[in-house]
Design a protein around this ligand. Structure first.
Ligand code: ASP
Ligand code: MG
Length: 246
């Protein structure tokens, strides 16, 4: 089993979803595909939630709860589209409902994952629907009473790492619009070089220092099981990118 995560930019339109299909088609291992909302959908849904809430409930718990119910629709939509598209091009797959599987507390917008319960729920869902390819939502989870929650902005990387940990996956790949991790921002620093290998600690340090390459929590579930994390370009899938590991 491998985990492939496709972020917003990699699923932003029909052409990109077609490209995703080509990457998935060339993979021979079983896959869990974790997807973000298409393009900037999450930003748009945030604005929409504020409009919906109005001035009365602009902040606080009620707003956060409403936010998660609305904003999670971005990932539900993209995962449904991608699952249906893969089916259409002959890649049989099973859609997974993270609201029912990725169990969290009710700390809306910054939910904490219950790994033990999630492990059981995931196992049951996969046993009930055996498949070579699963399509799941990043970023979202659900409480015991079925309310949708989110893990914080850009949380899809973290979802990919959690699912990899719980399934003892061979690797996680984050498909991105960059070739991998660079020594410095290649748009600003002329001599920036692509790093082919870096340690978990270095990756975590870079993420905490604001390098917008991975969500800072991503490496923790991977370290525990020594699962390598690949950062690769969905535009140039033939390139090897960066691997993060021990
Ligand atoms: N769609 C969510 C966001 O834009 C989660 C993610 O992309 O990782 O923050
Ligand atoms: Mg994103």
């Amino acid at each position: 089993m491998k985990v492939f995560k496709f972020g917003g930019a990699s699923v932003k339109n029909a052409e990109r979803i077609h490209n995703l299909g080509e990457i998935v088609r060339h993979e021979t291992d079983d896959l869990i595909i974790v997807v973000s909302a298409m393009g900037k959908t999450t930003n748009e849904l945030e604005v929409f939630t504020q409009a919906l809430a109005g001035d009365d409930c602009y902040q606080g718990e009620a707003f956060d709860e409403l936010y998660d119910q609305v904003v999670s629709c971005g990932e539900l939509q993209s995962s449904r589209f991608i699952s249906a598209y893969l089916q259409h091009i002959g890649i049989a797959n099973q859609w997974l409902d993270m609201t029912a599987i990725l169990r969290t507390d009710n700390h809306f917008r910054a939910a904490t994952v219950d790994f033990e319960t999630t492990k059981q729920l995931l196992k049951h869902a996969m046993q009930a629907h055996p498949a070579h390819v699963y399509v799941a939502q990043g970023f979202i989870g659900g409480t015991a009473d079925g309310k949708r929650t989110t893990l914080g902005r850009e949380g899809s990387d973290y979802t990919a790492a959690i699912l990899a940990n719980l399934t003892d996956a061979e690797s996680v790949t984050l498909w991105k619009d960059v070739a991998g991790i660079y020594s410095a921002d290649p748009r600003k620093v002329k001599d920036a070089v692509l790093l082919t290998e870096i340690t978990y600690d270095k990756a975590r340090e870079m993420a905490h220092n604001g390098a917008q390459i991975i969500h800072p929590e991503t490496v923790s579930p991977l370290i525990e099981k020594n699962i390598p994390l690949y950062i690769r370009s969905f535009i140039h899938p033939e390139q090897q990118g960066t691997v993060i590991g021990n």
